[in-house]
Structures are given as C-alpha cells and as structure tokens.
Write a protein that binds this ligand. Sequence first.
Ligand SMILES: [Zn+2]
Ligand SMILES: [Zn+2]
Length: 833
Amino acid sequence: MAEEKELRYDPAAIEPKWQERWAADPSMYAAEPHSGGKPKYYVLEMLPYPSGQLHMGHVRNYSIGDALARHMWMRGYNVLHPMGWDAFGLPAENAALKNNTPPREWTLANIAAMKRQMQRLGLGYDWATEVTTCLPDYYRWNQWFFLRMYEKGLAYRKKSKVNWCPECATVLANEQVIDGRCWRHEDTIVEQRDLVQWFFRITAYAQELLEGLDKLEGWPEKVRIMQRNWIGRSEGTDVEFGVENRSERIRVFTTRIDTIFGATSVQLAPEHALVTALAADDAGLREQVAKLLDEQKKAREAGDIGEIEKHGIPTGRFAINPYCGELVPIWVANYVLSDYGTGAIMSVPGHDERDFEFAKKYAIPIRRVIAPADPHADQSELPFISEDGVLVNSGDFNGLSCHDAQSKLQEIAKSKGFGEATVTFRLKDWGVSRQRYWGTPIPIIHCEHDGIVPVPDDQLPVLLPERIEITQQGGSPLSKVSGFVNVTCPKCKGPAKRETDTMDTFVDSSWYFYRYTDANNSASPFAPQTAQYWFPIDQYIGGVEHAILHLIYSRFWTKVMRDLGLIKNDEPAQRLFTQGMVIKDGAKMSKSKGNVVSPDDMVARYGADATRMYALFAAPPDRDLDWQEDGVAGVSRFLGRVWRIVMRYAPAARAGAQSKADNPQGLALKLLRKLHQTTAKITQDFEGRWHFNTCVAAIMELVNDIQAADAQLAAGEVPAPVMHELLQTLVLLLAPFAPFLAAELWDELGGEGAVLRQPWPKSDPGLIKEDEIEIPVQINGKLVSLIRVPAGSDAKAIEAAALAEEKVKSRTAGKTVAKVIVVPGRAVNLVVK
Ligand SMILES: [Zn+2]
Ligand SMILES: [Zn+2]
C-alpha cells in the first residue's frame, strides 16, 4: 500500500518542512544589492496592528501581496517585500489596565504570535527589514522628524477643542466617545475643552496634495475622489461687512459673491469675537448666546454638528453691505462654528437651501437677486441655487451673468480694500497631541525662561519610561512620572519640564515604508540613496478604510521628506490596490456576531496553501468575500488532485527533462495549447487586472484537462518531454498561489534550486493562436470582413459566425440573404438581394 500513501496530499507534512527550510535561509526573501542590474519592485501590504491574532482580512490582504511578490521574483525583479508592526496605540493601554501586563510586553508577545502565524502561512517577507514602531530605534526618528518640522514651522502649538471626560479627567479619542458619553463612564457626558495641542501644518501642502491626485493614475478612482472631497478646495471671496456705529468688521467667506445683494442677515458663531464684545454689557444676550453655545457643544459631542437643529437670535445690531451700504441684521446662530472658516457667514436665503430654511423659520426677508438665464424657466421658485443665471435687484450689476459678476465684484472688493478672491480648503491641520502613554514622546521641553525648547538631536531618543502605572485617570500618564517630566533645560540649564503628550499613532504609519529600505540604520531614518532606489512603492495593498487618514498623512509626510532633501519622489506609492472585506454569512466577522473564522483553524484543517488559495479564488480581490468553509475544502481537494497527477507522472516527466518535444500532435498538442493559454492568461492578470479568482479557475481547468486524459497519459501517448513541460509549468503557475505545494512538487519533478528563483513561464503565441483560423467573408463577391473561428469548425458553425459578424449584419440588414456558400476552412460567400 506504499503507493496509496504516496498519492495522499498531506499539507500537515509538507508545509512545516518547507517553513523550516525557508526560515533557515534568510536570503530567500531578501532584497538584493542595488548594483545587481535587475529592475526593482517594491510590493507592500499595509502593516497590521499587533492585536495578537491575524484575522481573515489580513490573510486575504497578505495572500494578494505575497502572490504578486512571488510572481515578480519569478519575473526576474529585485523584490522588496517587507512586513512590520503598527505597535503603538490605545489597546495596549487597555490590556495593561485589564490584565496588569505592561504595554510593551503585551505588544511584543502579540507580535511574536502573529509573526508565527505569518510564517506558518508561508508569506515571503524579508524579516531582516522588520519594523516595530513602538521600539526606540524606530520612534526616535518620529522625534527627529518632529524637530525638523518644528524648525520649518510645520509643527506648532495652538489651542484646540478636545473631548474631555470629567470622571476620567482625561482627553478621549473620538472613538472613545459613544453617543456623547464616555466609553468607560456610561452616565458621564463628554465635554469639549480647549487645550493647547501640537499640530502638523498639513494645510501648507493642501494644494499640492490635491493636484497630485491627478497624477496618481494607479490609484482607485474612489480613493482619489474621497481624498479630493476631504481636502475640499473651494474658490470664493473673502469680504468684510462693516458694523453700524462700531469699528469692528465682520469677515465672511462666500463661494457666491454674486448673490451678496440678496444677503438679508449676517450670522455669527456664538464664540465670534464681536458676539463676545456685544454680550459683555448685555446680560440678556449673554444668556441666550450661552444657550446656543451649549446646543452647539452637545451637537459636536454627539458627532453630528451638520444635523443640529438650527437656532439663532438677533443681536439688535446691524452689519453694512460693503457694495451698497444696506443695513442687515446681525444674528448669532448655533450652526455657525468659530473654528470653521471665519466664524461668520452672510445669509442669502433666496439662493441657499440652508439660509432659506433659517429665514423662513425666523421670518427674515427672502430676496431674489439671480434670475434663471432661461426666460422660459420658472421665475418664481426660491431658493434658486444654480449659477446659470443673471443678476437682478443688484444695482449696477443687474444683467451680468453669475460668473461675470463674481469676477467684477471680486475686483471691486480688492480695489476698495474690503475683500479679495481666495481659495479655502476643508482640510484642517493635523492634531497630533495625545494625552496617552503608549505613543512616541514629543521631543519638546518647556522652560520658564526660554519657553518651548526642542530636545537637541544628540539627546534623542526621548525614551518612553517603562513600568509606569496606567490608570487612564487624571490626565496624561507621563505627567505623573517625575523622572520623565523634570529635566534640565538644554538652553539655560535651569529646571524645566518635558512635554507629556505623545504623538498620534498615524505618525508611525506615515513613513514606516521608508524605514523598511534601511531598517537598521542608527544614524538617520534611512540612507537617502537607498530610499531613492526603492521609491516610489510599485504596489501598495490595503483596506479602503485607510483612504483618508493614513493615505493623506503619508502623502504629506513624503512631501515634507522631499523638501528636507531626503527623497526625490513626490508620492509614496505608484499604484494602490484596495481589497474587499472578508465577511461571513453576509456580515462583517465579529466576536459579538459569533461568525469569526480563525486562520489557524483553517490552516490546521486544510493547510496554508488551500487557505491562501481560497482567499484569492473565492471572489475578485476588490470585492467582498463571503467565507465558506466548503470552498476551502474544495480548494484543498483540488490541490490533492494536482498532487496525485504530478506524483503519478513525475517519473515520465523526469525522463523528458533533457529534451524538447518536436512537433507535438494530437493529445500532446491539445494539452500544450491549454497550458500556454493558461500561462498567457495568468501572466496578463498579474500585469494589472488581478483577477486572481479567474487565474485559479484557469489552473483548475488545465488540471481537469490533464486528468481527463489520464488513461492516454498512462498509456504513454504523450511524449516524455511534453509531460515534463506540462507538469513543470503547472507547478510554476501554482507557485505564487500555493507556495508549499509548488516547492514540494518542484523537487519531485527534479527541478533545481528554489521555485522562487525559476523564470516565470513564457507562453508561445503561435501555439495559442493555432486554435483559431481566419476566414474571409464576401458579400456578392466583395470582401467585407474576416471572422475568427475555432480550427476544424464545420460549415454550419462558420455560417452562423459569418452572419453574426457586425459588418455583415449591417450590410444585410433589411435585405434578403438568398444563398450562403461555405468552403470550410477557406471562405464564406453570401448572395444578398
Ligand atoms: Zn470617563
Ligand atoms: Zn531654559
């Protein structure tokens, strides 16, 4: 029964053996020296947060990247395929509190566990370049970059609103605010407090971040649209209203200066400086404003300021329209935000939906100042939002188109000094301060004499103290570590205090992929020439949920590094691919739904190859994948068939290794043709279509064809050299998808060296094409078209193909085809009347 055993596919025996061999040879997946002359290829999957367990979303993401990396290795590229850990963040602090484990230990143990899982899956990473963001050899460079940005005015401090739990006495992240309450104190309403926070001036790059999107043709359009909306550029006009009997001016921004003659009120934020001034000696106003402010705070805390029920109060004061001197009432409104734009708006109810609603509610006059350009359009309906119109009720400007009026009114504002054309962005500066322990300490010292003093470079890293007590109460944990806080001022040598905020963890992921290129550099974040060799990333792969924050921050960071002279590329990644989610029974996998499928279970039952291949086969990579265990079992059975076929015919194939088949015929030709067609399809898919599901399906078809010919193969009908090409190429085609099985079978077929170092098979176009022949079609003796039909088609099939051809169809439309003469393999003649 020895034969039976040999024919049984047993991934539990094969896979650990190869895993061990690969682990023992770090050069296997290592990038080569740049001088090697090979073209470079940098393929990267987004680094995970080390929660301690891979989930199926990870497996899918990494299976895509690993298949691509393996394919590119076989195509002869010098491939960089690294992995690391986004290792700072709140869960480690929560775990510390819950289990009394220090965040560092908890995190490093999780990393070790996940690394074992990745290795068991056979993912081909270059572990020599591993990056762990919570370790000082990495985060010291966060600090170094912070200092460079501070020097350039790109890092600065300002007062800003934060979520504050009075019970915790600490700042909360947005995700810790649930329905306006603290996540740990269900009965405690989270407040908004003003705290001085550190910011990165990402808005300095707003225009470039926007324009760069046009060039990112290798990014999904949906991601580019999301970023455009997030950056939110709008062109418009800044214009100042005067205030009757007062010296202040009210600056507003509008995209529709052409409607300013329709402004029937000016609306101020409750915290606008003029409101504060007016309320100073008006207790009644003060009280009402406080109420509006309270409503605004609550709406902000609930996270839906756009949905606030709009309230306002008239101040009894008047603003002066700078173009016509008209007096319009000044209101205070709860939906106008002091930290958005100028904190004031002109309200034009005739031509703005929101203003219209507000004016109707409070009986503020509604005036038409734009008439539809089309004289037949309804002239009475308001609000009229379109810019396709002409000005009316607008003094000297009546009759101008909206567009002309905009430039005319901008010119006047500029020449008279009460306004100008401006561009505004929705994008805000990036608040990076966190009052938490498990993050990069901000390298700043506060001195009573010298103010803000940067930590000198030679004192980096500012180490995160270990074994501190984490209570998540009473403010920043670092502020309670006196050994950390109290320092000597580098300037005056007097006593001073360290900054106790740590950096947002998005800082870590903004540049980690540069560190991979030179991960062990202790003198600089990376050697510029090394990064310049590898960048931009050729293919970045990750979830679409990172479309905004991570992918905008890392584009910003790249531009900053370029301006520091470290790199030459403007963008981090040439191509981006966003894979779909893995779901189960139609829903996202989650513990609470009880529908989580563990990668370890799948690997234990079916092997890593089947698990990975199923993740690629079950759906196109950009679509959601509904995990079906039956499907994994099916892929495993398929791999078993491959195993048996190769094992059975390996002796025959080995016998043909040294020679090439001359002029194969019959079954040999049929199988070779199928092989080359499959090769062509998979090669093409790797070049950009990425329909890995159909690639796997094509390999399955090929294997079916081989299996169907089993009896003839057993009878030796196919020459040994063809068997050799057939099986060896099959194994090479499988290698990016099922690396363990491919390695084992490669050995079995007598292949030399590692599969990964074999050239990717080439398809012979002649061999593929021969399947079809071209036949000319004539109508009444004139050549009209050429059709392609399978070689050996009969007269009936050729006639049908000819009549279905577009040109033939158009020339016979409405006419009678009197006769069809088919010369099989040669020509078709139609007689048409
Ligand atoms: Zn709380
Ligand atoms: Zn000092």
